[in-house]
Design a binder for this molecule. Structure first.
Ligand SMILES: Cc1cc2nc3c(=O)[nH]c(=O)nc-3n(C[C@H](O)[C@H](O)[C@H](O)COP(=O)(O)OP(=O)(O)OC[C@H]3O[C@@H](n4cnc5c(N)ncnc54)[C@H](O)[C@@H]3O)c2cc1C
Length: 440
């Protein structure tokens, strides 16, 4: 009997996981490699960054998800290189794994458009670590402001600049305003947290530029009603520890967060195949790599065009999920010889709509040609996000967390963690040489 074919999937995000699950009945050995041990539901990451949810509410160990799928095994490790002609991937620079089929689904990370030095002062949001860093900075800002005696310095500490008004920027801005206005005012004695300034800076002429004009207009109105200062058509030209420069103006802000762009995983550059301007792999219509029908790139790392609309497939969870399923079906078709390689169907993206939330009972949603706002869109947003969470535990925990927040107007995960970090040490008046002790 011939040995089973080996499918290697790199990345256990939306695309990689969908590919693995679609292959559950395939007569093949599947290895899913991820550098993290968990699948992360990124659309709710901003809620961890703003203390509404805890990390485990939106992440699940990949081993748990694939526990019942006996043809799949999970490897924790970072793929550092890929040799398409030898059909092998290199793991942590020391181990080589051969494959018959490859699905590359390593996603994207944030881009500072060539200004990587800004990352230190303006963290972006992509991983749980990023979310905890942002949460710490937000909560520390209020702690530092509480004992600050200088008015200007206190005002700066209570000012947050957010660069980029896509869904992540809009959601972060609304949530920070909610913390300041609803969750914590009674917790502090020396400051009025309701005076917190949130400045949302966007280079485009509208917020949520990828959504309909009606959704953008509605979101802008909601943000402004909540007190968020929105600056449109404005480009950040420098980021410093104490604020951002926009044109001739320097906006003093104790904290800046970055939500303004993405670039694909660095593995794309190691494949030796054509890339688009953003560095994404330009894939064939069936999502395979040029001259490599056994290798696929899906999700945020890939650049593909929907043949029906001639429009690029957007870098969203649905694009990755549908791409993962498509690649897996073609692999299954190859394994069973039911889909000849020269008759492979092109990938068709089905746009199921897009949505963003702004705050309590405030959201916008574009579904088909309809644009919804307010409570209805918020309920829809909530239901869809809960349904797409990967495990029952996640769904349950998120629902409980939201119900709690709805009733008590408080965000329950307001923990400042990582006591040896510069922010906490500065707050406690410790110098860099004062090593923390276990008594700390
Ligand atoms: C904050 C935020 C909010 C978002 N909100 C929404 C939203 O509301 N709606 C929506 O549709 N989309 C949203 N997105 C976009 C959506 O999450 C992505 O489009 C989607 O995750 C892409 O799926 P993917 O499988 O390509 O990559 P990912 O889901 O990013 O998965 C990539 C996986 O690859 C792993 N990996 C990366 N490099 C390596 C390596 N070298 N070796 C091993 N493993 C590796 C990573 O650990 C990760 O698990 C959001 C994204 C972010 C960051």
């Amino acid at each position: 009997m011939p040995s089973q074919r080996h499918v290697v999937i790199v990345g256990g995000g939306f695309g990689g996981l969908a590919a693995a699950r679609t292959l559950r009945r395939a007569n093949a050995r599947i290895t899913l490699i991820d550098r993290d041990n968990h699948h992360l539901f990124q659309p709710l990451l901003y809620q961890v960054a703003t203390a509404a949810l805890s990390p485990a509410d939106i992440a699940t160990p990949i081993r748990t998800i694939l526990r019942a799928q006996t043809n799949a095994s999970v490897v924790l490790g970072e793929v550092t290189d890929i040799d398409l002609s030898a059909r092998s991937v290199r793991l942590d620079d020391r181990l080589t794994i051969d494959y018959d089929y490859l699905v590359l689904a390593t996603g994207a990370r944030h881009s500072y458009f060539g200004n990587d030095q800004w990352a230190e002062h303006a963290p972006g949001l992509k991983t749980i670590e990023d979310a905890l860093e942002i949460r710490k900075r937000i909560l520390l800002a209020f702690e530092e402001a509480e004992w600050e005696t200088d008015d200007d310095a206190r005002r700066a500490k209570l000012t947050f600049a957010i660069v980029g008004a896509g869904p992540t920027g809009v959601e972060l801005a609304g949530a920070i305003k909610e913390i300041a206005a609803q969750s914590i005012p009674r917790d502090f004695r020396n400051i009025d947290t309701t005076t917190t300034r949130v400045i949302l800076i966007e280079g485009d002429q509208r917020v949520l530029p990828a959504m309909s004009e009606a959704a953008s207009a509605r979101a802008l109105k909601d943000l402004q009603r909540m007190g968020v200062e929105v600056r449109l058509d404005t480009f950040v030209t420098d980021v410093q520890p104490d604020g951002v420069r926009v044109g001739d103006e320097f906006l003093r802000a104790g904290n800046t967060f970055w939500a303004a762009g993405v670039r694909p995983s660095s593995l794309s550059a190691k494949l030796g195949v054509p890339l688009d301007d953003a560095g994404r792999v330009i894939v064939e219509p069936d999502l395979s790599l040029p001259n490599h029908p056994e290798a696929f790139a899906i999700g945020d790392i890939a650049c593909s065009t929907d043949p029906a609309t001639d429009r690029p497939v957007p870098g969203v969870a649905q694009g990755a999920l549908q791409g993962g399923k498509h690649a897996a079906k073609l692999i299954a078709g190859d394994l069973s010889a039911s889909i000849p390689r020269d008759k492979r169907p092109a990938f068709r993206y089905r746009d199921k709509g897009s949505m963003a939330t702004i705050g309590r009972a405030k959201a916008v949603a574009d579904i088909g040609r309809r644009s919804l706002g307010g409570l209805l869109a918020w309920v829809l947003w909530s239901v869809i996000h809960v349904l797409f969470l990967v495990s029952f535990r996640n769904r349950f925990m998120v629902l409980v967390g939201w119900a709690w927040e709805w009733v008590v107007f408080s965000k329950g995960a307001r923990l400042i963690t990582g006591n040896d970090t510069p922010g906490v040490r500065r707050y406690r008046g410790l110098g860099a040489s004062d090593a923390p002790t276990t008594a700390d």
